[in-house]
Design a protein around this ligand. Sequence first.
Ligand SMILES: Cc1cc2nc3c(=O)[nH]c(=O)nc-3n(C[C@H](O)[C@H](O)[C@H](O)COP(=O)(O)OP(=O)(O)OC[C@H]3O[C@@H](n4cnc5c(N)ncnc54)[C@H](O)[C@@H]3O)c2cc1C
Length: 401
Amino acid sequence: MAELEAFRAEAAEWLDANAPQAIRSLRLHAELGGNWGGRHPLWEAPEMETWLRVCADKGWTAPTWPGEYGGGDLSNAEAKVLEQERKRLQLPEPLTGFGLSMIGPTLLRFGSEAQKQEHLPKIVRGEIRWCQGYSEPEAGSDLASLQARAERDGDDFLINGTKVWTSYGDLSDWIFALVRTNSAVKKQAGISFILIDMETPGVSVRPIKLISGKSPFCEAHFENVRVPLANVLGEIDGGWTVAKALLGHERSMIADVFGAGGGARGRRATLAEQAREVLGGTPGEPLPDALLRDRIAQNEMDMKAFHLTLQRSRDAAKAGQQPGSESSIFKVWATEANQRRTELAMQIAGPQALGWEGAGFDEAELDCTRAWLRARGNSIEGGTSEVQLNIIAKHVLGLPD
Ligand SMILES: Cc1cc2nc3c(=O)[nH]c(=O)nc-3n(C[C@H](O)[C@H](O)[C@H](O)COP(=O)(O)OP(=O)(O)OC[C@H]3O[C@@H](n4cnc5c(N)ncnc54)[C@H](O)[C@@H]3O)c2cc1C
């Protein structure tokens, strides 16, 4: 305990000494805002670049990853303390994205030494941005029906097919994709998990516009894309196991982001703050509308209880333990709670929530509307709520089919 407290003091001192002044209390505006890195990075403030660099040098963009791959070699307990101190000092995360949250942990578990050496340090430093190529036009919930195929040609695969709903495909440098390498066996047994540089000839990406007005989605096409066999993660035809393990990380990440109100709060910190601003009332006094007050309090308590439960489950996890089917419980709860939360924010905003653009609406109001629309996808992405409930029934509760 004393060691952990010594680490707390050391971490706080380091963060305070190294965080650029301009990023302190910076409110990140973009959905899942922050540093996503990549070959063509977008910085919310120029000092975010410095913040990423100093943290990466220290290994604190991936605090628990092994030092040999650029990580911080911290224990889970130390990483938790580091995060607490970062939040206390109101510092943004130095790096975010699918490299850290999805493919990195999967590489640590399934990657060859060469694959780890090649990819993990670049993820830690935010040099490569990753996207996910799972879904296809005819393979969503029934993912194993995917048809993008990889045919062997010497030491390479030639890949042909289409992936859809590829989040940030147009901003990403590499994609981790599922491809069919064997059609003669049960569908799950003929899939491989492969890593593809998006700059390879034959890869093209087309953005898809959403009801939220943004285009975070893409369709990714592969036409005779030549990828070395060495880019297969795990065994050839053994990709289904790798794919499912990654989904555990994805669902945990979604629960983390949306359970914390990510993408829902717009430019305001809490629903109570929004209500006070929109509905007025005397500062220091309770909000006059008792019904609304009750609903806001319930929502805040639900979110807080969820956060504590998530934290307890993390604390109880053994070092290096992978998220299992239980991640589906967190995913369903967090995303549906986020939908309730954005719905309530719309009700507080009243007619001002009808804004789409134009002088009659301020940025917080427009954010509120767009966050509500964006949240519709929460119960679809990473596997729909219905599919999560099936997983929970079968693999957590052990109910019969
Ligand atoms: C915001 C967002 C981001 C995404 N990002 C990515 C990404 O980066 N990469 C990627 O590969 N994919 C991504 N997806 C796609 C996502 O994984 C799929 O949309 C999802 O798996 C559902 O597939 P589908 O859209 O084909 O719906 P379908 O599978 O066609 O489902 C239609 C409806 O049928 C229900 N249903 C289907 N099967 C069952 C069943 N067995 N039992 C009960 N109900 C069932 C579903 O719950 C749903 O309501 C994203 C989706 C969203 C919304």
